[in-house]
Design a protein around this ligand. Structure first.
Ligand code: SAH
Ligand code: DHB
Ligand code: MG
Length: 223
């Protein structure tokens, strides 16, 4: 029996085998990302399917994602959409967006995904000013330094009752380290701070282990 992280990964495989099965499209996505040298920081298959089921569960027609990378989570989310639904996904790096476009295209989801390239703080403000239909579901997974401002943008851009989900809110327990000089940690801690008694959202966070080690998701519903 493997130990520690290996057991977490083995359980992820077990979950995948039973509840997800072969997914040639997403295997190709991960392979393309690996070949292009993208960091392997996409959600796991079990997490991706959870995103899909949550989005489907809230009947999401409009989904906003912050942090596309190679489009692995984007594809899971896009699969939750009904006819005419859309994922708007924000990515800083044009080269990543290019890979994501190819992956999304191969998955047959071109008409369900719009990628906007740029600093998300800027592209979110632009969406705000332009005025878009409200989002039903928001997945926040980009630079952790900006998690608190992303929360405020996400609230402004969504309908009441929308579901917001933040990735990587535990960071192997590092979020307890108030003196951390890692901006990813201080940025994530800033999110918890603003959520404490936040007037517009109700939130919780759940720790996870698996192939992506010890981390967690923060789930919020807007009022
Ligand atoms: N959601 C993806 C993983 C995203 S990794 C998945 O699970 O498959 C985080 C992504 O956020 C990276 O691609 C990174 O380039 C992007 N990112 C980092 N800073 C950003 C910023 N300021 N604006 C937009 N995207 C950013
Ligand atoms: C990092 C970012 C992620 O979104 C993730 O899931 C894991 C790690 C990172 O920037 O270190
Ligand atoms: Mg992440």
């Amino acid at each position: 029996m493997p130990d520690g992280d290996q057991r977490w990964s083995a359980v992820d495989d077990y979950i995948s085998d039973h509840l997800i099965g072969e997914d040639a499209i997403q295997q190709e996505t991960l392979e393309a990302n690996r070949k292009a040298g993208l960091p392997a920081i996409d959600v796991s298959a079990a997490q991706g399917k959870m995103l899909q089921l949550l989005a489907k569960g809230v009947g999401a027609k409009r989904i906003l994602e912050i942090g596309t990378l190679g489009g692995y989570s984007t594809i899971w989310l896009a699969r939750a959409l009904p006819e005419n639904g859309i994922v708007v996904t924000l990515e800083l790096e044009e080269s990543y967006a290019q890979i994501a476009r190819t992956n999304i295209s191969k998955a047959g989801l071109d008409d369900k995904v719009e990628i906007i390239v740029g600093e998300a703080i800027v592209t979110l403000s632009a969406l705000d000013h332009k005025g878009t239909d409200p989002f039903d579901f928001v997945f926040i997974d980009a630079d952790k330094q900006n998690y608190a401002p992303y929360l405020e943008h996400a609230i402004r851009l969504s309908r009441p009752g929308a579901m917001l989900l933040f990735d990587n809110v535990v960071r192997e327990g590092e979020i307890l380290n108030r003196d951390s000089d890692d901006p990813k940690v201080s940025g994530t801690r800033a999110l918890y701070e603003v959520l404490h008694n936040h007037p517009k959202v109700d939130a919780t966070a759940v720790q996870t282990v698996g192939s992506k080690k010890w981390d967690g998701f923060l789930l919020a519903i807007t009022r």
